[in-house]
Design a protein around this ligand. Sequence first.
Ligand code: GLN
Length: 201
Amino acid sequence: MRNIKIGVLALQGAFIEHEHMLTDLGAVCTEIRQPSDLTGLDGIVLPGGESTVQGQLLHKSGLFTPLRKLISDGLPTLGTCAGLILMAQEISNPVADRTIQEKAAPTAHLGTLPVTVRRNAYGRQLSSFVTEQPIAGIGNYPMIFIRAPYIERTDVNVEILAKVDGNIVAVKYKNQIGLSFHPELSENSNIHEWFLSQCEK
Ligand code: GLN
């Protein structure tokens, strides 16, 4: 058991899988559903799922402003897939690829990570795949992409950790790690271990 408490945003999407991986590594996990869940955290995970739905729920739950503040104030944060979209400063196609249902809802994203992402960048239908590629500081890693975004632009201070077919799929900026793929669905916990080591500092 390690003395680290990680808050996993649990409004929608693949949050349980992150919790399993983090607790296997000895961390304590707590599910974030309301502002009072944000106290005493050493790190935050923003899981994959549907970023438009998550953004709406962030507003409804009152989490949007306090969560954004914690991340911009420096709390270590890991965002995967939809979580990366939530962190991105800019979404290049917020409307074009959205369903009618999605179009009815405003796009809400935290905007703490100075990158531009393209949602559903691999197309909406035949868009899930697995590939093993190197990640800087981690080594070869099995990357699982599910209707994933990729990163089209980064600010100069953003560290690019991995590319697939020339597109950026993993970045680090100060306390924030953003990934296009789903490390919590793989058998390899090296990314979560690396994240926990940042939370321990
Ligand atoms: N396509 C989703 C979105 O735009 C992300 C998919 C995922 O998190 N696996 O929010």
